[in-house]
Design a protein around this ligand. Sequence first.
Ligand SMILES: CC(=O)N[C@H]1[C@@H](OP(=O)(O)OP(=O)(O)OC[C@H]2O[C@@H](n3ccc(=O)[nH]c3=O)[C@H](O)[C@@H]2O)O[C@H](CO)[C@@H](O)[C@@H]1O[C@H](C)C(=O)N[C@@H](C)C(=O)N[C@H](CCC(=O)O)C(=O)O
Ligand SMILES: Nc1ncnc2c1ncn2[C@@H]1O[C@H](COP(=O)(O)OP(=O)(O)OP(=O)(O)O)[C@@H](O)[C@H]1O
Ligand SMILES: N[C@H](CCC[C@H](N)C(=O)O)C(=O)O
Ligand SMILES: [Mg+2]
Length: 427
Amino acid sequence: MQLIINNKIFTDNSNEAVKGTVFVLSKQNEKFKEAAIANGCEKIIKADELKNYFDMSSIKVIGITGTNGKTTTAAAIYSILLDLGYKVALQGTRGFFINDERVEEYSLTTPVQLGNFAHIQKAIENECQFFVMEVSSHAIEQKRIEGLEFELKIHTNITRDHLDYHKTIEEYINVKNSFFDDNSKKLINKDDKVVKFNPTNALTYSLDNPSTYKVNAYSFKNGTNVMFSKIEEMYSYSSTLMGIFNIYNLTAAIAAVDMVTSNSLDEICAVVENFAGVSGRMETISTKPFVIVDFAHTPDGMKEVYESFNHKNIITVFGAGGNRDKEKRALMGQIASKFAKTIIVTSDNPRFEDPDLIIEDICKGINNKNNLYIEVNRKEAIKKGIELARQDEDSVLLILGKGDEPYQIIYDQKMPLSDKEEVLKYL
Ligand SMILES: CC(=O)N[C@H]1[C@@H](OP(=O)(O)OP(=O)(O)OC[C@H]2O[C@@H](n3ccc(=O)[nH]c3=O)[C@H](O)[C@@H]2O)O[C@H](CO)[C@@H](O)[C@@H]1O[C@H](C)C(=O)N[C@@H](C)C(=O)N[C@H](CCC(=O)O)C(=O)O
Ligand SMILES: Nc1ncnc2c1ncn2[C@@H]1O[C@H](COP(=O)(O)OP(=O)(O)OP(=O)(O)O)[C@@H](O)[C@H]1O
Ligand SMILES: N[C@H](CCC[C@H](N)C(=O)O)C(=O)O
Ligand SMILES: [Mg+2]
């Protein structure tokens, strides 16, 4: 990766660290320092020194971490800020966006150091006042966010994910919490039981516990309607987004915009309705049969989705990623069997693993095998789901795990596949 500032090349790759370039040292490439020197680089700096070469004072960086809800909360903040007339950049799982336009496709949720700086540079060139970014646990652990100064840090929730990488849940929680141990402005979900944060400059939001931005009531009639209070004052907003978890995401987004702008909460709440949600996140693809595509890929994420459709006969299609946390698989099976009437277990990015064995792992959590179908081919699994949904008017088909990912990863190949397009094909 290279970054050019005032005609000077900064690189994090020793192979590119030739004469006249600056080698930017990070946790990941420390081991290549000698190679960079051998290649003749002009200078070596630490990633957190990059800020000395770079004037970022015109842009406010907002970072969001948590197990679930980062992409949705980030997109909601982006949408609200744009609607209020600001220029904004958004960086996360779905790519990189500037002022309502997609600039880059999917890659990492949080790029490496030089990648973050390059995007911020582009945002500044486009006169953005805000840079909204998702911060993954990998990024915190690998110090990809070194050298960034955050105007606001937001916490969504901490459950379980990526244990293939972090090994233990304790380590995962510690990594996430470490994002909140400094004196920056923070916005914390007060209903989360494991979050630990430095209380200096922290405000909170919640549905259950006392907090700064406290949801007092909500209803799901004709969309989602929410009343919340800040200190003594009451406010309300409406949204087309479904699910209690989206009340968390939207309330966090409103609170965040309140914390970083001088707009009134009434102004902010008025534009929330315009946010149509994120592609592939609780997205209704069809109402008859009722079909939803969602990105839930953790036991907790699935539970949240299923609970939102408790009044329906749930038919669900899902798998679990290969070369990722194996422990979550049986738990996902368990959650599905608790809530769903019919389960179709299939593949979700098997990568280098045998898809049949991943499915076996998932099925270990499913006790009642009566309404269980196994279909390793995801396209066929979706087709089966639609067939079954057509036979039951009270059903909802919940296709989980891939959201709007446009591919299935088999070995290291990305084969084109879109859950949404498959659904539309069979309707
Ligand atoms: C497991 C993991 O996170 N791996 C990341 C890690 O890989 P690595 O340490 O093996 O990389 P490496 O090839 O040794 O290179 C490390 C550094 O050395 C440098 N290098 C390398 C070779 C050389 O000869 N000389 C040299 O200087 C490279 O330029 C680089 O800066 O560092 C690389 C760059 O520094 C990342 O691209 C890579 O992400 C891989 C591709 C990945 O798939 N990561 C996923 C798991 C990830 O990060 N996901 C999260 C969360 C997703 C979510 O929940 O939404 C994300 O933020 O996307
Ligand atoms: N606040 C929340 N609490 C619990 N579950 C949520 C919440 N928000 C979203 N979800 C569920 O998690 C899924 C992923 O949401 P989203 O993409 O916003 O999260 P993310 O943190 O960016 O995930 P990832 O780290 O995989 O990119 C959604 O499709 C939904 O099922
Ligand atoms: N962005 C996350 C979720 C991907 C979910 C699922 N589609 C998978 O491949 O496991 C990750 O890379 O772990
Ligand atoms: Mg994300």
